[in-house]
Design a protein around this ligand. Structure first.
Ligand code: FAD
Length: 418
């Protein structure tokens, strides 16, 4: 009997990782990667600002899944079998060492994504994987004999197994749909917020390490049936030249991705810039007034606020250069406290986040068996990576999703026929 053929559509992170592991685990499998563009592993190359944030130092699958707004439940099983620890070991056994940054993100010690690209290319070559570039797959037909006919502009391929790893490509979604799968409408995740407000204009670069954010998208339905529970997160926030960014903002964008898309990226945002209660902030300001009656409030900031932000707050509540603390009314102190702990801003649109961008949406998770990543609809069809309706927040979680799901698919494929 001839060798069984695995065709992998997509030469990205998930496609390469799946192909390599399937070939390594079952040398009897004939593996081909079809990549539509002229380049391989493009996103790996540009990822993490050219450094490739390969994974995250989070080693408990139950904690790990909490970083996935979509896929939290389904990824628990796969992460119990292949998680960041396994990713680290996989690369290390192929000569690539990873290091951990303070926030848990993991990069190659070379700080260069080429290290990861080269490692994957060399592992593919070592395992005799055929790689065909510029081979954009137009359609896939499932034949009566359980084989797949893969059609490209430049020819046809026949495979016994198919791994669909086309990321967020519309053609990939169309192929999955034609093979019987429901596609949850793709919308962007991981973006920043466009906000114009006199409180933050021209203060780009200021950061607030412990802010607390709460967001309610302007609902398309003016009378929603149930009361909307705001999305809330604590964490660092950064003022940019177009609005707000930072980990807490990116988390809001990920968890609220669908609702924000429905509201055309219009939402109300409430910020406590320091995550300290209004009462305590009020008392801190009052203490300042009582201890330094003759001093100008503009002389010194109220910790932990950056000085430029403190001056802006004073401008907004109307405390000018000539005032001293003794001039400050109770009402002004209350206004200041309210601004610090309860700023209301309008999100007016979606900004970019150049470091990372992912799509929420894709193949309906109910139609995939996460023990094997096989389709529950079409025998011998597998999915891995961003084509699935799974996505993580920024920090290496999206690549971990690609490594894990493709690895699980490869393990299953390797057991089918040795
Ligand atoms: C700028 C940027 C930076 C990022 N940085 C990070 C990071 O540091 N860490 C992290 O965890 N995540 C990061 N991400 C997210 C991460 O890159 C993706 O989640 C990951 O690449 C998904 O892998 P994939 O293999 O599923 O899809 P992709 O990497 O998108 O690969 C899919 C491949 O399929 C090919 N393809 C599509 N359709 C067809 C077709 N019809 N026929 C043939 N080939 C086809 C595409 O050309 C592509 O090469 C970043 C994303 C971006 C955009």
């Amino acid at each position: 009997m001839g060798r069984k053929k695995l065709i992998v559509i997509g030469g990205g992170a998930a496609g390469f990782f799946g192909a390599i592991n399937a070939a390594e685990k079952n040398p009897n499998l004939d593996v081909t990667i079809l990549e539509g563009s002229r380049r391989l592993l493009t996103k790996v190359k540009i990822s993490g600002g050219g450094r490739c944030n390969v994974t995250h130092s989070c080693f408990n699958p139950r904690d790990l899944v909490k970083n996935y707004p979509r896929g939290e439940k389904e990824l628990l099983g796969p992460f119990s079998r292949f998680q960041p620890e396994d990713t680290i070991a996989w690369y290390e056994s192929r000569g690539v060492k990873l290091k951990t940054e303070q926030d848990g993100r993991m990069f190659p010690t070379t700080d260069n994504s080429d290290t990861i690209v080269k490692c994957l290319l060399s592992a593919a070559q070592k395992n005799d994987i055929q790689i065909k570039k510029g081979m954009l797959v137009k359609s896939v037909v499932f034949k009566d004999n359980h084989q797949f006919l893969v059609q490209t502009r430049d020819g046809e391929f026949i495979g016994d197994y198919l791994l669909l790893a086309t990321g967020s490509s519309p053609i990939g979604y169309a192929i999955a749909k034609k093979l019987g799968h429901e596609i949850i409408e793709p919308v962007p995740s991981l973006f920043t917020f466009q906000i114009k407000s006199p409180l933050i204009d021209e203060l780009m670069g200021l950061s607030f390490p412990e802010a607390e954010l709460s967001m309610v998208p302007h609902h398309a339905d003016p009378q929603p049936k149930k009361k909307f529970k705001p999305f809330s997160f604590k964490g660092p926030v950064l003022i940019t030249h177009w609005g707000l960014s930072g980990p807490a903002v990116l988390k809001l964008s990920a968890w609220g991705a669908r609702e924000l898309a429905a509201s055309n990226y219009k939402a109300s945002l409430t910020i406590n810039w320091v995550n300290i209660s209004n009462k305590i902030i009020f008392e801190k300001i009052l203490e300042r007034k009582n201890n330094l009656p003759k001093q100008s409030p503009r002389t010194r900031t109220l910790d932990p606020l950056p000085k430029r932000f403190w001056l802006r707050l004073l401008d907004v509540v109307g405390v000018d250069e000539s005032s001293c603390w003794s001039d400050m009314s109770h009402q002004k102190i209350q206004d200041l406290s309210n601004l610090i702990t309860h700023t209301n801003l309008d999100i007016q649109g979606k900004g970019e986040f150049k470091e990372e961008f992912v799509t929420c949406g894709g193949v309906n998770l109910k139609e995939v068996d996460f023990r094997s990543m096989a389709s529950k609809i079409n025998p011998n069809l597998y999915f891995a990576g961003e084509i699935l309706n799974t996505d993580g927040i920024t920090g290496g979680f999206n690549f971990q999703n690609a490594w894990t799901t493709s690895y699980i698919a490869a393990v299953h494929l390797s057991t089918l026929q040795k």
